[in-house]
Design a protein around this ligand. Structure first.
Ligand SMILES: Nc1ncnc2c1ncn2[C@@H]1O[C@H](COP(=O)(O)OP(=O)(O)OP(=O)(O)O)[C@@H](O)[C@H]1O
Ligand SMILES: [Mg+2]
Length: 349
């Protein structure tokens, strides 16, 4: 049985560490859900040898409010951040904050961005795991490297990020190798159990089906990061139009109809296309004209993609993707009727 004196010392040490961590974050983090303030997450001033090659110390440039998220997703992330930021209060009642988060969802909808902003909100460095440097042909060596990393993160509070977790098993077709990879992944995650809750672990994947139940169970918070819905698309549009400083020539509903089924990264690409067009026109185009031109280009691209059967993968990905792909073809061709009629009229001339 633990000596009560030692246990008391350990609790005192834990409280001191909490207080130091809280005060170091205080005045830095500006999370909406926390009284703390900060600009961006710090990067580690220098990572020691033996660790620096295992991770990328990723600078963070955005805050949670910079992302457009569904209310449900935002609530989940707010709660995670709030809980972690108030770890000391929880620990006073002998309760640990949840500190392991699994982000699941199709490509390009903000999993990596969320890891970045969570680190920024918590004012913790973001350490992104380099699988190429960690995974060795010998399982024992892989486990050693990972142990080293966990020991480091255990004493240096940070956000340890496993991006594209499924990539560990990428291009390994035959079942023997897949089995080997699964053992590597399990060995990595078993060691996560040793990680104290001063650090956060975030894992992102497009393929949750590759994670077995034992792995799945290790994440206390599991959140889906889906394609943007109508309200997210409208919210994006409003931010975008606001940043143009003039009318975009279409309304939020039209934008949402046009973009239904697209990923956030596609939406971002669209808005960047508009900006490029505007800048290069050197004032000859209004924002509304630039939006119109880029929309036309996107419509042509969409038709070409549909002809080439590029949505095959999406269609086989499940009913949601199927609906999204259907919406993409239907809505784009119906709601932009005016634009198309205009195009047709030009073609007929
Ligand atoms: N919710 C969002 N709000 C604002 N921008 C977003 C959002 N989601 C994605 N983006 C933008 O889209 C791009 C891709 O996002 P990100 O890399 O976070 O996606 P991901 O889910 O990690 O994709 P992948 O599965 O391919 O790794 C980024 O440039 C990011 O700025
Ligand atoms: Mg990513």
């Amino acid at each position: 049985m633990a000596n009560p004196k030692t246990r008391g010392d350990r609790q005192a040490l834990q409280r001191t560490m909490d207080a130091i961590l809280e005060s170091s974050r205080a005045g830095k983090s500006q999370s909406k859900v926390s009284p703390q303030t900060s600009l961006f997450a710090p990067t580690m001033s220098s990572l020691p040898n033996g660790i620096s090659e295992l991770v990328f110390d990723v600078p963070t440039h955005r805050r949670l409010d910079d992302l457009v998220l569904s209310q449900h997703l935002r609530d989940n992330i707010d709660e995670f951040i709030y809980e972690f930021s108030h770890a000391a209060l929880l620990r006073e009642h002998s309760v640990e904050p949840r500190h392991t988060l699994l982000l699941i969802g199709p490509p390009g909808n903000g999993k990596t961005s969320l890891a970045e902003v969570i680190a920024a909100e918590l004012s913790l460095p973001l350490l992104s795991v380099r699988y190429d440097a960690i995974v060795d042909s010998f399982l024992g060596e892989t486990a050693n490297r990972f142990r080293r990393l966990i020991d480091f993160v255990g004493t240096n509070p940070s956000v340890l990020f496993f991006d594209e977790f499924d990539a560990v098993g990428k291009d390994r077709g035959d079942s023997q190798e897949t089995g080997e990879i699964k053992r590597v992944v399990s060995s990595l995650l078993v060691q996560l159990d040793r990680l104290p809750s001063h650090s956060v672990v975030i894992c992102a994947t497009n393929h949750p089906e590759l994670l077995d139940k034992a792995v799945w169970r290790r994440f206390e918070v599991r959140v889906e990061v889906p394609l943007p819905g109508e309200s997210e698309l409208k919210a994006w549009f409003q931010k975008f139009e606001g940043s143009l400083g003039a009318s975009a020539g279409i309304d939020a509903q039209e934008f949402a109809d046009c973009m239904a089924g697209e990923s956030m990264s596609e939406i971002e690409a669209f808005t960047l296309d508009v900006r490029r067009k505007l800048i290069l026109s050197r004032g000859k185009l209004t924002p509304a004209h630039a939006v119109e031109e880029i929309l036309k280009r996107w419509q042509r691209r969409l038709r070409k993609n549909v002809r080439n059967g590029e949505y095959g993968a999406e269609l086989s990905a499940g009913p949601t993707a199927e609906r999204a792909a259907e919406r993409k073809t239907n809505k784009r061709t119906t709601t932009k009727r005016n634009l198309r009629a205009e195009e047709d009229a030009k073609g007929a001339e």
